[in-house]
Design a binder for this molecule. Structure first.
Ligand code: ADP
Ligand code: MG
Length: 610
């Protein structure tokens, strides 16, 4: 057999490497901006069109490249940052692999202009898929400008894999945050489709964070500081009340490089134990300085994973430093967990508890009165009433409750029990301020109050958006809302949906909005914070799920507005919630897929005692 092994041509090797380094437009931005930082730029401008599909340009005033360096920079393993193998253990720059430019050039149309301080003229290079098409002198200022056009033009699979413009742009903004936060001494501007999104002057770390994430961070951050002989910690941690249910706002840096580290993340979040509820993420911006020889940044091509030599020690120091910072600022829990009772049966103390009796009106006609209301008007049932009946009915299908005795129970009778028992104090029991328990003829039904309410609100909001509109209640004192530029873009995008749900919102420009009205049925103490939370979940849904705008708005809002576990509910509230749940089109699951109800049948119960 003849020899069959061949060396891959460079342009193919580069395309393969590109697959690892450049997953999406945001990865290219990361690489370009990091190069500008490594070139000691004091000003970096980022220009994006169509979330990077058509153009990504990074212009810096750094040290620039000579004519030869400019050409060499597109070769694989071409780097000015590593000379000897020793250097690998003492890396001070963001790049060092010499892979990024070669990879980007392999999968795009690229144009570079660069000049150094001492050169007479600059260099202009045009490349198409690794091939230099043209190189000529040009006049340009000291620094480098790299424009990437038509990313993935020769990798259609990657191109079609790209998500919507919003999603890709949020990834770009996230990469931008990671670099801009840790380099407040560099002025940054970010443009998208000719609109300025961020213009950040050189500033302190705190002003940089506020400039990026919004004014609310000004008062909501606590300084952290600690110095040991192997680790220096500085930065800020967020007060417990800005903890969010969605990830985002967690920034860890080591030697000026952003990194991810679940173990250290845990050291920080554990310091918030008892200050924030489970499932919430605190915000933090923590800068670590260690001897570069004690870390390995070489573990991942996109370099966001770092290995420390003594992780347990680092864990302990970070945990206690965070805890100390929170304690020094005497931050008391914003959500009072201590008051959550272990077992709450909600019996009024001064009332004599009576033996339960179930009243059933044998003449009851479910279609003669609207469910869940005490109205006696006769009218045609609406879809929700029909759902309610059917859903209760479904609980008695043979698959749910195998006993033949139970199947016979007519749905109407059960519903009847629900609505006629509302004066009876134990018809609904709340357990752990989390579950609603009620008796049905075939056994017990347990309802998860948070999941159930999420389902109810979700369907309600979807309905309003589809039917365009419902009553908006004017606020006596309109509320101003100032957002960071990225969030403002999102609010503008979802404004029509919020309006059809019942909000009155005016856009004042410059990322400021006026909330003039809210839906009459939304009870909230802090509409400002709520809207910020919805935007956050909307963003994270955008990244993770391909859902349409309405679905995303409805699920973000319902998730945040749903009654929380831990909240005490009155008999009336529990009754309304249960009836509303069964009026839903899909009552068995929350929009995020959590179970809403569990039935313990008579049989299940008797099994327990066998
Ligand atoms: P790395 O950053 O790992 O060295 P890159 O492929 O990103 O590899 O860049 C290759 C080289 O090109 C860099 O080492 C640097 O010398 C040069 N370079 C890239 N971008 C710039 C820039 N904006 N300004 C000056 N030099 C640059
Ligand atoms: Mg680089």
């Amino acid at each position: 057999m003849s020899d069959i092994i061949q060396l891959l041509p460079d342009h193919i090797a580069n395309q393969i490497a590109a697959g690892e380094v450049i997953q999406r437009p945001a990865s290219a931005i990361k690489e370009l901006v990091e190069n500008s930082v490594d070139a000691q730029a004091s000003e970096i401008e980022i220009i994006i069109k169509d979330a990077g599909r058509t153009l990504m340009q990074v212009v810096d005033n750094g040290k620039g490249m000579s004519e030869t360096d400019a050409r060499l920079s597109f070769e694989r393993h071409a780097t000015s940052k590593l000379r000897t193998a020793e250097d690998l253990f003492n890396i001070q720059t963001l790049g060092f692999r010499g892979e990024a430019l070669a990879s980007i050039a392999a999968i795009s149309h690229l144009e570079l202009k660069s000049a150094t301080a001492d050169s007479l003229s600059g260099t202009h290079i045009i490349l198409e898929g690794s091939k230099i098409i043209d190189q000529s002198p040009c006049s340009c200022q000291k620094g480098t400008s790299i424009a990437i056009k038509n990313l993935f033009f020769n990798v259609p699979a990657r191109r079609s894999f790209l998500k919507s413009e919003n999603v890709e742009f949020s990834h770009i903004v996230e990469e931008f945050y990671r670099i801009a936060i840790i380099h407040p001494d560099i002025a940054f501007s970010l443009y998208h489709n000719d609109k300025i999104i961020y213009k950040l002057p050189k500033s302190s770390l705190k002003s940089r964070i506020v400039g990026l994430l919004g004014k609310s961070y000004n008062e909501k951050m606590v300084t952290i500081e600690q110095e040991t002989d192997f680790l220096q910690i500085t930065g800020f941690v967020g007060k417990p009340d800005i903890a969010k249910k969605t990830r985002g706002g967690q920034y860890l840096f080591v030697n000026n490089r952003f990194f991810r580290h679940p173990y250290i993340h845990n050291a920080i979040t554990r310091a918030y134990q008892e200050l924030i509820p489970d499932g919430y993420y605190p915000s933090y911006f923590i800068l670590l300085e260690v001897d570069p020889r004690t870390i390995d940044v070489n573990v991942h091509p996109t370099k966001t994973e770092i290995k420390f030599q003594d992780e347990r020690l680092i864990y302990a120091v970070i945990h206690s430093t965070t805890k100390k910072a929170l304690a020094e600022n005497s931050l008391t829990p914003s959500l009072d967990f201590e008051t959550e009772q272990f077992f709450d049966l909600n019996f009024p103390k001064d009332k004599v508890v009576q033996q339960p009796t179930i009243k059933i009106d044998p003449n009851y006609n479910p279609f003669s009165a609207p469910l869940g209301s005490k109205s006696t008007h006769n009218h045609v049932p609406d879809q929700r009433q029909i759902n309610n009946l059917e859903n209760w009915g479904k609980l008695y299908t043979p698959s749910e409750v195998p006993s033949s005795e139970n199947i016979a129970v007519p749905a109407a009778e059960v519903v009847q029990t629900q609505i006629q028992d509302n004066d009876y104090s134990s018809s609904f029991i709340q357990l752990y301020n989390t579950y609603i328990v009620t008796k049905i003829k075939s056994g017990l039904i347990l309802i998860h109050q948070n999941a159930a309410h999420e389902r109810i609100l979700y369907e309600r909001f979807m309905k309003r958006m589809n039917e365009h509109g419902s009553g908006c209640q004017q606020l006596l004192f309109p509320i101003t809302l100032e957002l960071n530029p990225a969030d403002a873009e999102i609010l503008i995008e979802i404004k029509p949906e919020l309006e059809s749900i019942g909000f009155g919102i005016s856009d004042f420009g410059k990322n400021a909005f006026l909330i003039e009205g809210t839906p009459s049925d939304i009870e909230t103490s802090n509409i400002k914070e709520d809207i910020e939370k919805w935007i956050d979940s909307y963003k994270s849904n955008m990244m993770t799920a391909r859902v349409d705008r309405k679905t995303n708005v409805a699920s973000s809002m319902s998730k945040n507005l749903a009654v929380k576990t831990g909240k005490f509910l009155s008999q009336e509230e529990m009754e309304a919630l249960v009836n509303e749940l069964f009026a839903c089109a899909a009552p068995l699951e929350s929009p995020s897929g959590k179970k809403t109800i569990k039935i313990l049948s008579k049989e299940d119960l008797s099994q327990f005692f066998n």
